[in-house]
Design a binder for this molecule. Structure first.
Ligand code: TRP
Length: 457
């Protein structure tokens, strides 16, 4: 067993994992894809996937991580020494984390810039067109986005250097409750605006005619991304979970929190969007181009600019969400590299941060200065985003469930789920059935459809 230190309590473990799960995926991405694929019907399908498949993947990764106490590459080896090839599945996860983190940093940098610019009033008073122009000029410029990437990454790296307990666990225990409070404030404001009812109707009324097969696949992809599974992150966090924690209960808590926060983000956004007569299907720009219009409309002609205050609250919320997720991604990489040399944690944090910084900068510049460098019809940023959302998560997730369902020793799994027989696991049969048959088939379908539609485009 490894000697690396883990989380000190069940609450700490849940806070850190919720911190990883709740991110841009919940607050930036979930509302806009929910908007694109018709609201309530999408939500319903999403709920099925999150609990039926995503949560099973989380349990799978926790089992692998906590049983071996190792990071993915070594964990696969330790769990099945006869099949050494599986360590490449772990390695794939590391590559994926590196890529996701680089992209994540670009969008997190935008978020940090929006905190700064809304706080100094640079967005106040701009109308929809002006806000669109503002976003385009900003995201395509060379210096500012990169500067904000650097600032954000520095915060992430400092927490990682603080260690698992004094850095990650402590920060998550503070920031997650703050995040919930900020989100609730925004929900109350949005839900009480005149005309808000339309937003609720949009989010919760179920109309399956609007849900395309593409929407169903997007729901599955989103459920994996949102729970941070498929890349080995939850294997690493699993190795930090206290040995006497109930893995099912922990996973249920994390999944419920993650899903509630995504839904609350929808509640904070759609009623306000409808109350202003704006379109809910703004796509990726929803948060950066549409919401500032909403905030501006809350500013009174004179007196305290409450809309601007809400704007700052919203973007701070987004920064917090992004921060704890980016921490989990960098931690996965740092834990992997420093597994045998824990005393070199700081050194590896610096090296890896510099690495992701370079890639994030290139991706950011590909929106502007480097835009000529196009791969197919995508620029580099779009290409990375595509690989990231369409291919890597289902491949990683597929390998993980196949490994646990078909390769790993069943007694090891039972031992880990039941804490060596001290808790009853009547659901074990269902779990194994899902990870052996249901999840692989569903994941293969997403993958194949993603590849086909990628070729067609
Ligand atoms: N779950 C995070 C979000 O919703 C993103 C994330 C963090 C992630 N760590 C991950 C996604 C690991 C996949 C794998 O924004």
């Amino acid at each position: 067993m490894s000697d690396h230190k883990g989380f000190t309590s069940s609450f700490g473990a849940i806070a850190a994992a919720v911190g990883s799960a709740v991110g841009l995926g919940n607050i930036w991405r979930f509302p806009y894809i929910c908007g694109q694929y018709g609201g309530g019907a999408f939500l319903l399908v999403y709920l099925c996937f999150v609990f039926g498949i995503g949560m099973m993947l989380m349990i799978t990764e926790f089992v692998i991580g906590r049983h071996t106490g190792k990071t993915p590459v070594k964990a696969y080896e330790a769990m099945s020494p006869k099949h050494r090839g599986w360590r490449y599945a772990g390695l794939l996860g590391m590559v994926a984390c590196f890529l996701i983190l680089s992209l994540y940093l670009v969008i997190s940098g935008w978020t940090a810039n929006y905190v700064f610019d809304s706080a100094r009033g640079a967005l106040t008073g701009l109308d929809g067109d002006a806000l669109e122009r503002y976003f385009n000029v900003f995201s395509r410029s060379a210096v500012r986005p990169v500067l904000f990437i650097a600032v954000f990454l520095l915060l992430v790296a400092l927490v990682i250097m603080g260690g698992v307990q004094k850095g990650i666990e402590r920060v998550s225990k503070i920031l997650m409750p703050v995040l919930v409070v900020l989100l609730l404030i925004l929900c109350v404001r949005s839900a009480t605006l005149p005309g808000a009812a339309k937003g609720f109707e949009y989010l919760f009324s179920v109309d399956f005619s609007k849900l395309t097969s593409e929407g169903v696949l997007a729901a599955l992809g989103q459920s994996l991304f949102s729970l941070s599974v498929g890349m080995g992150t939850m294997i690493v966090y699993g190795s930090y979970i206290p040995k006497d924690d109930n893995l099912l209960r922990t996973s249920v808590w994390i999944t419920v929190c993650d899903t509630l926060i995504a839904v609350l983000a929808g509640v904070a956004i759609f009623p306000a969007v409808f109350a202003n007569g704006l379109s809910p299907d703004g796509g990726p720009g929803l948060v950066f181009k549409v919401l500032p219009v909403v905030f501006n409309s809350m500013n009174p002609a004179e007196g305290v600019p409450v809309g601007t205050v809400f704007a700052v609250v919203f973007f701070v919320l987004l920064v917090i969400a992004a921060l704890t997720s980016a921490i989990s991604l960098l931690e996965t990489l740092v834990a992997w590299r420093s597994e045998e040399k824990p005393h070199h944690r700081v050194r590896y944090t610096v090296i890896l941060s510099l690495g992701v910084f370079v890639l994030a900068t290139v991706l950011s510049l590909s929106n502007g200065v480097l835009d000529g460098k196009i791969v197919g019809k995508f620029n580099l940023f779009d290409l990375a985003d595509h690989i990231n959302s369409v291919y890597l998560p289902p491949i990683g997730a597929l390998l993980t469930v196949v490994f646990l369902g078909w390769v790993a020793n069943k007694n090891d799994i039972k031992d880990e789920l039941s804490n060596h027989g001290s808790i009853a696991i009547p659901w074990y049969g269902i779990f194994i059935f899902i990870i052996r048959y249901v999840a692989p088939v569903a994941l293969l379908m997403v993958l194949v459809t993603g590849i086909i539609s990628g070729i067609e485009n």
